[in-house]
Design a binder for this molecule. Structure first.
Ligand code: GLU
Length: 283
């Protein structure tokens, strides 16, 4: 078994991250397997080096050790570009020049799991128009979902302890695989990295279960193996809402400063025991 914990260095880790990291680490160690760390720092405008260092220090405080060096998404941009080129050569992605305002103005129903789906404005542009506009305008790359699904109609993954689950990528519409301001989207980078790192079990929060619809499709398109997934319950605060990076009191830095024993906290989290005032809830 090989698991991973993949923080984005855009803020302090909190109890929810600790729970996810502990579950991934614990599952690997209990099976005699490996646990790796990946720094999801592809968003250059929001990622900060100080949060990388702080996240690694927080994990060490929890007693979480990891195998190999941390993988950094910012070191893997060439792999993302190659995968995008593969999809482009097969006519499965297209450049999109729409601004957020364009999309909002032209949207009607339907709505995908993460909000409204893209209305397809740039899908049918001619090759000549694409070339001309690409030379002059910022653009992202979108997956042509209908084409991508033509040979991939029946996709499933194994959800640990629950059996097979059907993926529903169609509901997401023509998702972005490479952004105007970043060389790959979370979906593309994360799917490629999990495969490249040899991850056999992806253990992450239930808030990401809809993303797995898309990741499963990308695996099929790119010939990558499908790991087992476990989407765990989310840590919520006293208000019943899931923790966010702005919830300073739940940050691991503040718990550490308050004298909490990190290893004892990790043992509690591994047994689904949370500090007073926090609870686990399914998304
Ligand atoms: N960097 C992502 C996050 O912090 C990780 C998502 C994943 O585990 O796939 O939400």
């Amino acid at each position: 078994m090989l698991t991973r914990f993949a923080p984005s260095p855009t803020g302090d880790l909190h109890l929810g991250h600790a729970y996810s990291a502990v579950l991934a680490h614990h599952a690997a160690r209990a099976a005699g397997g490996k646990c790796r760390i990946r720094i999801d720092d592809i968003d250059g405008s929001r990622s900060r080096e100080e949060f990388v260092a702080a996240s690694l220090a927080d994990l060490a405080w929890l007693g979480i050790d990891w195998d190999g060096d941390p993988v950094r998404q910012s070191d893997r941009l060439g792999d993302y570009a190659a995968a995008l080129e593969n999809l482009r050569a097969r006519g499965l992605v297209y450049p999109c020049f729409c601004t957020r305002a364009d999309i909002a103005a032209s949207l009607s129903a339907p709505h995908g799991p993460s909000g409204a789906t893209y209305p397809g404005t740039c899908r049918g542009l001619s090759a000549a128009t694409r070339e001309r506009r690409m030379a002059a305008e910022p653009h992202c790359w979108r997956l042509d979902m209908a084409r991508a699904l033509a040979d991939n109609g029946d996709l499933q993954w194994e959800e640990a302890g629950q059996g097979l689950r059907s993926a529903d990528p169609l509901a997401h519409g023509d998702i972005v695989l490479a952004r105007k301001d970043a060389p790959a989207s979370y979906h593309l980078a994360s799917t490629l990295d999990d495969a490249d790192m040899g991850v056999t079990h992806v253990i992450r929060g239930a808030d990401l279960i809809a993303s797995t619809d898309v990741h499963r499709l990308l695996q099929a398109l790119l010939g990558l193996p499908t790991p087992v997934y476990r989407h765990h319950a989310l840590v919520c605060g006293a208000d019943g809402k899931r923790l966010a990076k702005r919830d300073a009191a739940a940050s691991l830095a503040s718990l550490r400063a308050a004298g909490v024993d990190g290893r004892a906290l990790a043992a509690d989290l591994a047994a689904d025991r949370l500090p007073a005032g926090y609870s686990l809830q399914n998304a």
